[in-house]
Design a binder for this molecule. Structure first.
Ligand SMILES: [Cu+2]
Length: 173
């Protein structure tokens, strides 16, 4: 009897440790450490490109880096390129003065997506022409990563742990 209780406690503890470890590893993805232009910077002329640097090499596939101007249009030119920990996208010559928002979404070295925003301010209007409307692009695109696979995995882990406990408690002593 004492042994069965010990086993049950062990299984419960193991499930708990697995759950905690899973949650902890989810927060250990790549982290943005700097941007060029710097976050919140004022620039008087168009930077040729935007570069974001992470704390470790990121995956080269599925990287997104866009720059949306105060006019709501895209101002990046072409697709971003990833080299080691850095992702870079060229900029068009900028247009209206104001805040340009940098939006990024990259795949962390551990496989998790990481996304966020930075911004800089153009203090003097340029003469560039914008790319397509960012709002239009957002409307066309479906929402990001679905959350249901994570829920399924969580439920499977919980049911699996519970099943082992039931199986152990039913075993003849
Ligand atoms: Cu991660």
């Amino acid at each position: 009897m004492r042994r069965r209780v010990g086993l049950t406690a062990f299984v419960l503890l193991f499930s708990l440790v697995a759950a905690v470890f899973g949650a902890a590893s989810a927060t250990a993805h790549s982290r943005l450490v700097s941007s060029d232009p710097a976050d919140g910077a004022n620039v008087a002329t168009s930077p040729p490109a935007v570069t974001l640097t992470f704390n470790e090499a990121i995956q080269e596939s599925f990287a997104v880096l866009t720059v949306v101007g105060p006019d709501g249009n895209f101002w990046q030119q072409g697709d971003p390129s990833v080299v080691g920990p850095a992702i870079k996208v060229n900029l068009r010559p900028l247009g209206p003065a104001g805040t340009y928002q940098i939006n990024y979404r990259v795949t962390s070295a551990d496989g998790h997506p990481v996304e966020g925003k930075r911004s800089f301010t153009l203090t003097a209007a340029g003469t560039g022409t914008p790319g397509p409307s960012a709002q239009q692009a957002a409307d066309d695109e479906s929402d990001g990563l679905p959350i249901w696979p994570f829920i399924v995995v969580g439920v499977v882990v919980l049911l699996g742990g519970g099943g082992v406990v039931v199986w152990m408690s039913r075993r003849p002593a």
